[in-house]
Design a protein around this ligand. Structure first.
Ligand SMILES: C[S@@+](CC[C@H](N)C(=O)[O-])C[C@H]1O[C@@H](n2cnc3c(N)ncnc32)[C@H](O)[C@@H]1O
Length: 277
């Protein structure tokens, strides 16, 4: 299907953004933000099937999310939106603009740069990934046989990690942290749909060593995007916290103290936009 769309026009130019069209079509009764957030929640649930029950591992959350929508929206519009997302991602795979369809939609239609949520253009991400992960840096790693662990502590939709995956290939571990819950969901779906297994995306204030709201583990076996609600079970939370203690030793134990009240809206069940100002 993706091929037939490509053949109609110039292969370098993506087809008209059908994913955005689908989102707008559903958003006549609710805000675009809500529809998009619900779409992300449903997509995560749909990607994470319990093979025994044949239902999603997050069936309850899925049912609570779909309860607001009409049957026609659920039967036609949301599945169409997901199909359009996959088609557009596939069309853009390997292109210089990258395949972060979710991030582009969020940036252009929802965030509009609010709270610094402009994302880095993909070709710049790719350049930065090649500079950071060049042979010299990798050779300095003490254990070369271990996978690289690559972290973006303010990952947005995860495109810096996606670019790094393109540069470094499979077998490495990709970690993203973002304070904004909707960004965390986008990044988790992006990593999953790009086959970036053994990776994790955590919702937290990355300037604070202990902060944790929720995390998503991207896994091949079992297959899916798995929520981690207990910080002790999050590999990323441990890695991130340990990186602070290393840094503290280097800087004579300097402490970073932050008032976290502006971020207090974040909760396990709701996506929030940052409110920094
Ligand atoms: C300018 S965007 C960059 C996103 C991505 N790294 C990129 O290059 O496209 C900055 C991101 O940082 C997040 N952010 C801001 N303050 C943060 C904090 N203290 N901890 C974690 N994420 C934060 C925002 O939600 C936003 O998604």
């Amino acid at each position: 299907m993706a091929k037939s769309i490509k053949q109609k026009g110039n292969a370098n130019v993506p087809s008209k953004n059908k994913f955005a069209e689908s989102m707008y079509k559903i958003s006549h009764r609710f805000s675009l933000f809500k529809v998009y957030d619900d779409f992300l929640t449903m997509s995560i649930a749909a990607c994470t099937q319990n093979l025994e029950t044949k239902l999603s591992w997050y069936e309850d959350e899925y049912l609570a999310t779909i309860a607001h929508y009409k049957d026609s929206e659920l039967r036609h519009e949301f599945p169409k939106a997901f199909a359009n997302l996959i088609i557009e991602m596939e069309e853009r795979t390997g292109s210089s603009q990258g395949n972060d369809v979710l991030g582009d939609f969020f940036e252009q239609n929802i965030s509009n740069g609010r709270n610094g949520q402009f994302f880095t253009p993909f070709h710049i991400c790719e350049l930065m990934a090649s500079l950071t992960c060049n042979d010299t840096v990798i050779e300095e790693e003490p254990k070369k046989d271990r996978p690289l662990r690559i972290l973006d502590p303010s990952c947005g939709s995860g495109r810096m990690l996606m670019a790094s995956h393109r540069v470094n290939g499979i077998g490495n571990e990709y970690y993203g942290i973002d304070i904004d819950r909707i960004c965390v969901k986008m990044a988790a779906i992006n990593l999953f749909l790009n086959g970036m297994w053994n990776s994790e995306v955590m919702c937290a204030n990355s300037l604070m060593p202990d902060d944790f709201v929720i995390s998503y583990h991207i896994s091949f076996i079992p297959f899916g995007i798995f929520k981690i609600e207990d910080k002790e079970k999050s590999k990323l939370w441990h890695l991130h916290r340990n990186s602070f203690s290393k840094h503290e030793k280097k800087t004579n134990g300097a402490l970073i103290e932050l008032d976290n009240t502006p971020f207090s809206e974040r909760s396990k069940d709701n996506s929030t936009q940052l409110d920094l100002f």
